[in-house]
Design a protein around this ligand. Structure first.
Ligand code: ZN
Length: 278
């Protein structure tokens, strides 16, 4: 199943059409794209009964598919080669930080670069479908509603300033957390633990990897995070970026205005427009 925010309302794909969920369900489910995760199992069961694609079309542009998660968890240094290019040790425990909700954006967002020092990080983003606390890693996937594509845009100088790194601030400027275009349930994917992941600026490929290279994969992340946290339905996890970021290059390289397209096999392309905001 593929779900999206179409025209600000929850929609589900039926073939090549979008169905407006609130209308098709006669009000049983809210049009709020965030609210569905609190009733995810019930929603999946309803959607499996068949949809009135012709009768209840959704119209409008694609918005942020998960617009108001209670928590946004992000993981650093979660691909071996990226840890090496960052001159950091391979982590024994997940490196955890947050991206603030105000930085979320959807597909087709226009993102103002606040400086000429903003880096790119394409990431697989997990959407939680069931409350999770002290979940064993081998059951981690059972708590995942779906997957989407994300960018963890990062102003490196801000991220690293101060006596200790402040990842959350340097990664939370407006538009610094675009996600989308859709949320795809894991059953749609041939191998949910091995997906091609890449990003390109105006067609020039910047990162090109596979999620099978994650140090802590999706199920293990749910397990490890839930040792401490309670993960709520509708929370999102940015799982980390593969190698190829700009700060790891010689000379360093950062984003310039253009179209930044992030892609994950079986999920889709998330394209945002970058403009100078300084
Ligand atoms: Zn990241």
């Amino acid at each position: 199943m593929r779900v999206a925010n179409v025209g600000g309302r929850l929609a589900v794909a039926a073939g090549d059409r979008w169905v407006d969920v609130a209308t098709a369900s006669a009000g049983r489910f809210s049009p709020d794209p965030q609210a569905v995760y609190d009733r995810w199992d019930e929603f999946v069961a309803w959607a499996g009964e068949g949809l009135g694609a012709e009768a209840f079309p959704a119209t409008g542009g694609l918005g942020t598919p998960v617009p108001a998660p209670r928590q946004i968890v992000a993981i650093g240094l979660n691909y071996r080669e990226h840890a090496i290019e960052s001159n950091m040790a391979i982590p024994e425990h997940p490196v955890v930080f947050t991206k603030f909700q105000s930085s979320l954006a959807g597909p087709d967002a226009v993102v103002e670069l606040p400086s000429d020092g903003v880096d790119w990080e394409v990431e697989l983003v997990v959407v939680i479908g069931r409350e999770a606390h002290k979940v064993p890693a081998e059951k981690g996937w059972d708590f995942v509603a779906g997957l989407t594509v994300g960018q963890d845009l990062s102003w490196r100088a801000v991220q690293g300033r101060g006596p200790a790194p402040q990842f959350a601030i340097g990664k939370s400027y407006p538009g610094f957390s675009p996600i989308g275009p859709v949320v795809v349930t894991p059953d749609e994917l041939a191998d949910k633990d091995d997906l091609a992941i890449s990003c390109a600026l105006d067609g020039e490929v910047l990162q090109d990897g596979r999620t099978s290279d994650l140090i802590f994969g999706v199920a293990e992340l749910v397990g490890r995070l839930s040792e401490s946290l309670t993960l709520y339905p509708g929370d999102v996890i940015f799982t980390g970026t593969p190698k190829g970021v700009g700060m790891g290059r010689t000379p360093k390289r950062f984003l310039v205005p253009g179209t930044l397209t992030s892609s994950i096999e079986g999920i889709g392309d998330l394209s945002v427009t970058l403009v100078n905001g300084f």
